[in-house]
Design a protein around this ligand. Sequence first.
Ligand code: HEC
Length: 197
Amino acid sequence: MKVLHAALIFGVAVASVDALAQSQTAIAPAEFNAENAAKRPEGYRQWIFVGAPLTPNALNGGEAPFPEFHNVYVEPSAFAHYTETGAWAEGTQIVKELVTVRENDNDEVGATQEVSGRGYQQGEFAGLELTVKDSARFPDMPGGWAYFSFGHHAPPYAEEAAAFPADACNACHEASAETDFVFTQFYPVLRALAAEK
Ligand code: HEC
C-alpha cells in the first residue's frame, strides 16, 4: 500500500513538472480548416481577461465602428509567454468579444443610472473577433498577425471565419498599437507585466 502511495505521489509530481515545462514552451495553437479559415475558439471566456475598452455611439457622432464594450482575452499559454518575456509568441491568440452597453433608460450620452452611479455597464454579447500570430501560415500578413470575425451580432457566432485582407484590420493595428500589433496601451495588466521585464 505504501509503495502504491509513493508511486502515485511520484506520478503526480512527474506530471506537474511536465506541465510546467510545457507551459514555458508550447503555445496552444488555433485551429484552421483546409482553406486557412480559423475555427471559433472554444472556452475563450476562460482565457485571461485583460481589459474592456468602450467607444459608445453617443460619444462618436452616433456611429462608432464598435459601439459596444470590447472584452479582450488572451489565450493562457500565450499570456504565460508574454509574462515571461514581454513579447507575443508565434501562435498567440487574442479574442475581442463585443458586449452592448446595458439598456435601462439610457440618457443622451447612452449612460444609465445604476446603484453604483451614472455610467456605462455591460449588457449582452454582440460579436466575436480573433487575432492569431502565425507567420508560417500567413506569410503575407504584416507581423504574421491574421484577423477574423465570427459575426457582429448576438450569439450564436459563426463556426469558422476567413482572414480579412491586411488593409482591413492589420494596417490600423500596425500603425497604432503599442506592442507588436496589440493595443497594450489600453491594457494596464499587460503594461505592468512588460514593465517588470
Ligand atoms: C481604425 C483602427 C482599427 C481597425 C481598422 C481595426 N482595429 Fe482591432 N483594435 C483597434 C483598437 C484601438 C483596439 C484596442 C481595443 C479596442 O478599443 O477594441 C483593437 C483591438 C482588437 C483586438 C484585441 C487585441 C488587440 O490588438 O488589442 C482584436 C482581436 C481586434 N482588434 C480585431 C480586429 C479585426 C478583426 C479588425 C478588422 C475587421 C480590426 N480589429 C480592425 C483598432 C482597429
